[in-house]
Ligand binder design. Sequence first.
Ligand SMILES: [Fe+2]
Ligand SMILES: [Fe+2]
Length: 229
Amino acid sequence: MNIDLKKEQEATLTRPVRAYGVLARLLFRAMDIFYGKELTLGKARLLEILARVPYQAWEIRQYHRMNTCFSEKPAVAEAEDIIGWGREAQDNEFWHLQVINEKIIQEGITLNWFKDIFVLPVAAFQYNIFSRFLALLDIQAAFRLNADFEDHAEHEYMSFVRKHPELDEQPAVSSLLKDHRALKTWGDVFRRIALDEREHMNNSLKRCGKEAEMVPLPPPVCAGKPVPV
Ligand SMILES: [Fe+2]
Ligand SMILES: [Fe+2]
């Protein structure tokens, strides 16, 4: 992997955040109230637990849709596309969660009983119910909300690395990173996570007809060479 992650960090930090919708602003406000405005590893853990929820809700909704519209090929194809993309994104979000949890363990951080043990499962449950309703009522609105969520996450992670330059001095040692050998420091691990969030945002925008708002990603590379597209 030959991506210049520091260049991508600059690109994120010079790009204004999206014009967030009302739902996204309410969600971010609620997280700020309970966890504080600044991103911490505890707040990142919350972000990653919540990040998987919409994809799961869409998957359930789309399987239900396929059961009822199985003879409509375009509807089935669209549902399969959402499920396939959602599963990939869920796996990626789960990797983020594991990596952040690993960093919390390595730092020896003690979780807060109120925020991390009491509030978090309640928030995840409520977000789950909300995401299922939104997927049922207006999946396009769900994709738009997710695009805002992912854009917010990308900016949060890139700002986090800028505010914590010591991360670039900390070697990224973890079995979770064995497939990401180009990530030498924890600074690069968080930059990589932020870039994944940008990709999640683009995929969300694509599904709600807002391709014009997608943000360029570095070309995919394989063994140091660009992958033909
Ligand atoms: Fe994530
Ligand atoms: Fe994401």
